[in-house]
Ligand binder design. Structure first.
Ligand code: 5AD
Ligand code: SF4
Length: 460
């Protein structure tokens, strides 16, 4: 039986607190940003700040921003504008904005000018300098800091993990792929891998703190180690897999062009590597994939799916898809629908193409009108909804092990967690199951999840 690890804290949280006040961090964007916010929290706690239950009661508010799509940017500007009133009421309130959006010089300058009550704005690369920016703010000085060059990775910054039962572990930073729609390589810099030993040490530490499930993070985990001598993602999986007490290893994101046979073999043979791959498709049209600079074809993609399924009969796939990329015709879009129909993704994040300044696609001709993007997104989502249900149905009557993430006790208590292959399962259960691995039989399906019943005995 697993111990309940709801109370996980990293060792850094034991640093004496100076009673400086309460902090609140709002995070936009991907898991990398979530991980960065954990580091920001660790740094603030070393300064003596304590977590605040709400934004309204905080003495220091940080926004960790995203710029991958327009939507995220607008929301950040709206949210920060709304803080003016709180700052007027409490002039000692410190407000900071960091993350990918602040790594774009023009946007950071615009925000800094428009909101004079923002005390600090700094790019992702400068997170390690947060303590000095806070000290500046405490003495009344504002900071605008953007460093455009890659900064050396700092592996050993303090951090406060937010995951109750799963901990994120960075394995590589940045991205070298330059997909033509994507801003990430510009704001997160060139790809840099952590040394395998550093990753393994961090995982061992997490296990000793009570975590038994981790997620290895990178923009493209499959190209891990290309900048190191003698390291590949398959080898890293094998090393991490050997950490005693580690029951589940997840990873994301995988780029189809770099997903090797060795990695599939490692996934299939290492008992604690989860049978789930987040494999962004982006488009099912070869012409669009070429214009996106994805460097695989729809046939390559289908080939990988076939290999994964041949190696692991319970493997589940999730994906990201963009509709309305410049030049996308109705026929191109039909190719995307066709691929979604054929693959049968367990779930999909679907997006309307959003031009990002400085990327190649933003200046391509044949930008697709908004109304067409919206209409295509609707059709894609309707198809995916049907496919998700179809994907869920065969689980009814089957049983599997759920790692319990949380329990909703507002009504009759309902626990939830995932099967190894990322299927989310809800079942009646008590809060003491959180953190445990329990056998659940599936009795029904929902749109994006399964419902089940706890079996009599718990597994160890
Ligand atoms: N427009 C729309 N979607 C985008 N993504 C990345 N850049 C853009 C963009 N400019 C999506 C991709 C990626 C996910 C994280 O965000 O699908 O996989
Ligand atoms: Fe962006 Fe492509 Fe890199 Fe993913 S692989 S972060 S989509 S450039």
């Amino acid at each position: 039986m697993e111990s309940n690890n709801m109370e996980q804290k990293s060792p850094e949280s034991k640093i004496p607190r100076g009673g400086k006040g309460a902090y609140y961090i709002e995070t936009f964007g991907c898991q990398m940003n979530v991980r960065d916010s954990e580091t920001a929290a660790g740094l603030l706690e070393t300064l003596g700040y304590e977590p605040s239950q709400s934004k309204e009661t905080a003495d220091l508010i940080l926004y960790n921003t995203c710029c991958v799509r327009d939507h995220a940017e607008k929301r950040v500007f709206g949210n920060i504008g709304a803080l003016k009133e709180q700052k007027d009421e409490n002039p000692n309130l410190i407000i900071g904005v960091f993350g990918c959006m602040m790594q774009q010089k023009e946007v950071a300058e615009k925000l800094y000018k428009r909101f004079p009550f923002v005390d600090m704005a700094f790019g992702t690369n400068l997170l390690s300098r947060l303590p000095s920016f806070v000290e500046n703010a405490q003495s009344g000085a504002r900071t605008l800091a953007i460093e455009e060059d890659n900064i050396q990775i700092e592996d050993d910054l303090p951090s406060i993990r937010t995951g109750k039962v799963n901990a994120f572990v960075n394995i590589n930073y940045g991205c070298d792929n330059f997909c033509t729609y994507c801003i990430v390589p510009y704001v997160r810099g060139r790809e840099r891998s952590r040394e395998p030993q550093a990753v393994v040490e961090e995982v061992k530490r997490l296990v000793s703190e009570g975590y038994s499930e981790i997620t290895l993070l990178g923009q493209n985990v499959n190209s891990y180690g290309k900048d190191l001598t003698d390291a590949s993602f398959a080898e890293l999986l094998s090393l991490v897999s050997g950490v005693e007490g580690l029951r589940r290893i997840r990873f994301m994101t995988s780029h189809p062009k770099d997903l090797s046979d060795g990695m599939i073999a490692a996934m299939a043979s290492l008992p604690n590597v989860c049978h789930h791959v987040h494999l962004p498709l982006q488009s099912g049209s070869n012409e669009i994939l070429k214009r996106m600079n994805r460097r695989y074809t729809r046939e390559d993609y289908l080939g990988i799916v076939q290999k994964l399924r041949a190696a692991m009969d319970d493997v589940e796939l999730t994906t990201d898809i963009i509709v309305g990329f410049p030049g996308e015709t109705e026929l191109d879009f039909q190719d995307t629908l066709d691929l979604v129909e054929r693959v049968g993704f367990s779930s999909a994040f679907t997006f309307k193409y959003s031009p990002r300044k400085g990327t190649r696609a933003a200046v391509m001709e044949d930008q697709v009108p908004e109304a067409i993007k919206r209409e295509r997104l609707g059709r894609l989502n309707a198809l995916q909804e049907r496919k998700a249900r179809q994907n869920n149905e065969p689980y009814v009557g089957k049983s599997g092990i759920v790692h319990v993430e949380d329990c909703d006790t507002r009504g009759e208590p309902v626990c939830y967690g995932k099967f190894s292959n990322f299927k989310m399962v809800y079942f009646p259960g008590q809060p003491e199951l959180v953190g445990q691995y329990v056998p659940v039989t599936i009795t029904g399906v929902r749109k994006n999840s399964l419902i089940g019943q706890l079996e009599d005995k718990t597994h160890d």
